[in-house]
Design a binder for this molecule. Structure first.
Ligand code: SAM
Length: 281
């Protein structure tokens, strides 16, 4: 691994199947001085399986700020660090952004070692257009906030990708059907790359019945892809604001305006000015 000193490698690990790890990821994990892992107990078996003996330090959402300072010091002294999460790509609905941001701010080299993510794994088998998609991650837990978030996304013409916990999958699908309409198509990805992998494409109206019909359909890890709206959303300025606010929670101003423009059919300049106003106050 050339010129690794003082470098942060952001390394994707499997989302289930142990063999879904690149040769470059394994080489990187072997050669760095330290691996920052979301949960060292979870990553231990993977490291053991591949005979990787690099020291692990925990980096999770509760200690990311404090551990970042010491990892930056290590890299500034010439050591190399790899960041991994429990599964998939670090910083995608996982810790990592604080460390990466700090490394970049300190002028350190940050190198992606790409690989699996539940998001791209499902999109690739959804059959829905992924020319444009919105990755929302986890919807709000509370019913009211979840419905409001979905109302704002209702007119989005891009494919919507969501993560959901097994104990909330029924509530999530019910809310999706209620707000987006039962005829909209959805792909349910369950336990991707694992023994009980299931990819089920259906309508939102049928999805809840499918999950309810079999307790096994309620277990494991879930990622959902919902087909984009076919009709442009209404042009009511209040709804533009609601959509922009929801998008701005997760996206940069430019990306939020781009997606809102597509979703509403409204002028880009108009939405840009609205988005600026919303961010300023
Ligand atoms: N960083 C990860 C990635 O790149 O996909 C995501 C981490 S997020 C905390 C974990 C969520 O991802 C799970 O609750 C589930 O929604 C989704 N997920 C992870 N692995 C999965 C799998 N094998 N099958 C389906 N969904 C999965």
């Amino acid at each position: 691994m050339a010129q690794s000193s003082g470098t942060l490698f952001v390394v994707a690990t499997p989302i289930g199947h142990r063999e879904d790890i690149s040769a470059r990821a394994l080489e990187t994990l072997r050669k760095v001085d330290v691996i920052a892992a979301e949960d060292t107990r979870n990553s231990g078996p993977l490291m053991h399986h591949y005979g990787i003996h690099t020291p692990l330090v925990p980096l999770h959402e509760h200690n990311e700020r404090s551990i970042t300072a010491s990892l930056i010091q290590k890299m500034e002294s010439g050591l190399s660090v790899a960041l991994i999460s429990d599964a998939g790509t670090p910083a995608i609905s996982d810790p990592g952004a604080i460390l990466v941001d700090s490394a970049l701010t300190h002028g350190l080299r940050v190198v992606p070692v790409p690989g699996p993510s539940a998001l791209t794994a499902l999109l690739s088998v959804s059959g829905f257009s992924a020319r444009q998609f919105l990755f929302y991650g986890f919807l709000p837990i509370k019913a009211g906030a979840r419905s409001r978030a979905l109302e704002a996304l209702k007119g989005l013409q891009a494919t919507l990708v969501l993560y959901e916990a097994p104990h909330r999958i029924q509530d999530c699908l019910a809310a999706l059907a209620q707000v987006l309409g039962g005829e909209r198509r959805v792909v349910i990805g369950r336990e991707l790359t694992k023994l009980f992998e299931t990819v089920h494409r259906t309508t939102l109206a049928e999805a809840l019945l499918w999950v309810d019909a079999d307790p096994n359909h309620q277990r494991g890890e879930f990622v959902l892809a919902v087909e984009g709206a076919t009709q442009p959303a209404e042009t009511d300025p209040a709804r533009h604001d609601a959509l922009l606010l929801a998008l701005l929670e997760k996206l940069s101003l430019g990306d939020a305006v781009r997606i809102a423009t597509q979703a509403t059919g409204a002028g880009r300049k108009l939405l840009y000015e609205r988005a600026l106003k919303l961010t300023q106050g």
